[in-house]
Write a protein that binds this ligand. Structure first.
Ligand code: SAM
Length: 427
């Protein structure tokens, strides 16, 4: 039966209508949602109190610290307290929620990358922020079926900070954990194995600093009483301090200085995380897929101030509304990310759109990876629609970009990757 679903990508400001694909659909959807709502309401009060206590204890906190607590507080953070952020029952969809073809095409690309690395006996795919593990499942299952040589060499390492999501991943990838094909980071790899780092919608979920023409944002707390007889209620209060040397350098090199009334994100945590992810790798690839921008676009007055909160498939500009209950995200600064990799000796390829990347991988066999299980014309039509949303501008095709970098790999071998072929034609 075909279902119709309203969906929201984490980057979009509009609802899109597609034929839904939700591997976690459940008959108790309504009940579960109500229970989750109740738990969230209690959690958000506790988290707000925790943030208040921290502000009382140490004074106004950087915005990045607020965002870190909201998303990753080990007990009450948005990503920590449950594993239901994704899909129809959650707050947003990511590519792997749309259709397994996303992971299948990436499996094809990983196989090519393994060959570009000289078909080593062992290769690691290290996924940053795998969420529920759907992408890993699609890559592992498809590689096992279609790319057995690559699969034999493969070890899949999942770097996930949320305990709730790690539990979900263990369940999803049970078979692959049992055979030791999939492992959680930290694993026992001495760091010499050729490695492909993969991150989908990971860097946009990392805490950012906010800078305006008034300085760098700090969050204080103010107690107010609406009427004499009312109890005190608290609210977060934005204050500004001089921009740090590090923030200033980031703006100078990779971004723009905010004008009156503007806010610009400074993604220092993303820079640090990229560094620690690639630091020990001598041979390998780095692939980050995300919504984001380049410095040139900011200079052209686009993507200035991209922070947003997402909850139950709708977007708000207010990150203070429901701490721990809503996702908070900012577009990725690809200029900064690329520069960080280059600083560490990586060769960065020209940024391509998700559309160019997936079309490049899929065109040779006309996206057979998507349609393999389709028996009826209706099934093909449904899958075609899902594929369309991954690649067309109205879906995720143009707003998502793919950053590919390599180290210790012949440039000719890198340029020959099918995912980069459409980008080559566009130059
Ligand atoms: C927006 S979700 C994306 C999930 C998945 N990649 C997808 O496309 O569906 C971001 C993920 O990154 C994880 N994460 C954030 N910071 C992390 C960190 N420092 N280490 C490991 N995982 C992290 C979150 O817990 C979450 O699972």
């Amino acid at each position: 039966m075909m279902r119709c679903t309203i969906i929201l990508w984490r980057c979009s400001s509009a609802h899109l209508k597609i034929e839904g694909y939700d591997k976690t659909k459940t008959a108790n959807f309504g009940k579960e949602k109500t229970a989750r709502r109740r738990a969230c309401d209690e959690g958000t009060v506790k988290l707000r109190q925790k943030i208040e206590r921290e502000i009382r204890g140490r004074g106004p906190i950087p915005f990045s610290r607020y965002m870190e607590l909201c998303l990753y507080d080990p007990e009450l953070g948005y990503y920590s307290c449950h594993a239901d952020q994704f899909g129809k029952a959650g707050d947003f969809y990511t590519s792997s929620d749309v259709h397994a073809v996303f992971g299948r095409l990436m499996a094809r690309q990983f196989d090519e990358m393994w060959r570009a690395l000289g078909c080593p006996q062992s290769v690691t795919v290290k996924e940053l922020g795998p969420g529920r593990g759907l992408f890993a499942q699609d890559v592992l299952d498809w590689s096992e079926r279609k790319f057995p040589d690559f699969f034999r060499a493969l070890r899949y390492v999942l770097v996930e900070s949320s305990a709730a999501l790690r539990l979900r991943i263990e369940h999803t990838l049970k078979r692959h954990f049992e055979s030791n094909k999939a492992v959680f980071f930290p694993d026992d790899d001495p760091g010499t194995t050729p490695t492909i780092i993969f991150a989908n919608e990971f860097f946009d979920a990392l805490p950012v600093e906010i800078v305006s023409s008034r300085g760098s944002l700090r969050l204080g707390f103010q107690e107010i009483r609406l009427q004499e007889k009312d109890p005190h209620v608290g609210r977060f209060l934005e204050t500004w301090v001089p921009v740090s040397a590090e923030e200033l350098e980031f703006l100078d090199r990779y971004s723009v200085h905010p004008e009156e009334g503007e806010r610009i994100e400074v993604s220092l945590a993303a820079q640090q995380l990229a560094e620690s992810a690639v630091r020990d790798i001598d041979h390998g690839f780095f692939i980050a897929i995300d919504y984001g921008f380049t410095r040139e676009e900011q200079l052209a007055r686009r993507h200035r101030g991209t922070l947003k909160a997402i909850r139950q498939h709708s977007i708000s500009a207010n990150p203070y509304e429901a701490p721990g209950e809503q996702d908070i995200t900012a577009d990725v600064n690809f200029t900064a990310l690329a520069a960080q990799l280059e600083k560490l000796g990586w060769r960065v390829q020209r940024l391509v759109t998700q559309s160019q990347f997936l079309m490049g991988i899929g065109e040779a066999n006309q996206f057979a990876d998507a349609f393999e299980e389709c028996r009826l014309p209706q099934e093909r039509a449904k899958v075609a629609l899902q594929l369309k949303h991954l690649v067309t501008p109205a879906g995720m095709g143009e707003s998502f970009h793919v950053l590919v970098a390599s180290k210790g790999v012949e440039q000719d071998n890198v340029s020959a990757l099918s995912g980069l072929s459409f980008g080559r034609r566009a130059t």
